[in-house]
Design a protein around this ligand. Structure first.
Ligand code: ZN
Ligand code: ZN
Length: 315
């Protein structure tokens, strides 16, 4: 049988889990047996029960990731779908004259579902053998909250850098025409459009989300599958929110000025140029690729000032 119990911590309970498994117990019976373990939180007990009850780690991880992706993506899109239908919220819509029609949303939904089932589902089922090979642990107990927090924060920063450069590259000539044009079909995005993209783009940008943790664990041998789950949910929610099309007075970037949010990415869809980063604003700020009329005017006045200064020096 499979075991998710870290031998050094819960070796005594491995026997209990094995005896529960041998009589084909229900999930409740498995959870009751695992609940006897000392020092585990409710989520760790749920995690251990899930893997013990299924008894096949490859299937358990595949099912977990596929379900997590579908539930968290569409679950996060649903509030935006409802808000689009309530006129009261229109005052906070960034491009307020461009409400997505039912037909647009339906077309987008069909395309995203096709991509989920035909492009993304396949590698998900091979994730567990990869985890075992490279050392992503799925044991209980989980790492400390502090460890999970710094690893997830680092993934956000690294993914943002990957996204900035690959996204910017996809705006060049034939790369744009062949790959990225599909994502720009909607000049005024809505939540569902976050993953509306060409399969090559899904894979290239997906490397920032999945490939970076893989490279990290190859270098450090220090990563837990639960941390990867939390990171993927965070990244999915960031992407859906960035495409929501709404800018509220309570939007996160008002409190964290370096956070990108919907206002940043909406400008990218509106103007097609600039604001290439995903989660943060610093790449576009430092490299002067901010989108929109005010950013363009400020860039031009800085360049004029620099040119005038240079001309004065030369006199
Ligand atoms: Zn773009
Ligand atoms: Zn977009």
């Amino acid at each position: 049988m499979s075991s998710v119990f870290d031998n050094s911590v819960h070796s005594g309970f491995q026997v209990a889990a094995a005896s529960v498994n041998s009589t084909s117990p229900t999930f409740q019976q498995t959870y009751a047996a695992v609940s006897g373990l000392a020092g585990l939180s409710w989520i760790e007990k749920l995690w251990a029960s899930y893997y013990t009850w299924i008894g096949n780690d490859l299937f358990a991880t595949g099912l977990l990731f596929f379900t997590l992706h579908e539930v968290m993506y569409f679950g996060r899109c649903l509030p935006w779908f409802i808000i689009d239908r309530i006129p009261y919220f229109n005052r906070w819509k960034i491009q307020d004259t461009k409400m997505p029609s039912n037909r647009e949303q339906w077309e987008c939904l069909k395309s995203v579902l096709t991509s989920h089932f035909l492009v993304e589902a396949f590698p998900i089922w091979f994730f567990h053998p990869l985890c075992q090979k490279i050392g992503i642990s799925h044991d209980v107990p989980f790492p400390s909250l502090a460890t999970m927090a710094w690893q997830i924060a680092m993934f956000f920063v690294l993914e943002d850098a990957w996204h900035y450069w690959t996204h910017r590259a996809m705006h060049y000539g034939s790369l744009y025409k062949m790959i990225h044009k599909q994502h720009h079909r909607y000049a005024a995005p809505f939540g569902l459009t976050a993953e509306y993209a060409h399969p090559v783009e899904v894979m290239v940008l997906g490397f920032g989300t999945v490939g970076i943790p893989i490279v990290f664990v190859l270098l450090t041998r220090n990563l837990h599958l639960f941390t990867v789950c939390v990171w993927i949910v965070g990244r999915l929610w960031q992407a859906v929110d960035a495409h929501s099309g709404y800018e509220f007075p309570w939007s996160l970037h008002h409190f964290l000025p370096f956070w990108a949010g919907a206002e940043h990415h909406d400008e990218h869809h509106h103007h097609f140029i600039g604001n290439y980063a995903s989660s943060f604003r610093f790449w576009d700020y430092v490299l002067q690729t901010e989108a929109g009329v005010p950013a363009k005017q400020s860039r031009e006045s800085k360049m004029r000032g620099a040119a005038e200064g240079k001309a004065k020096k030369n006199i």
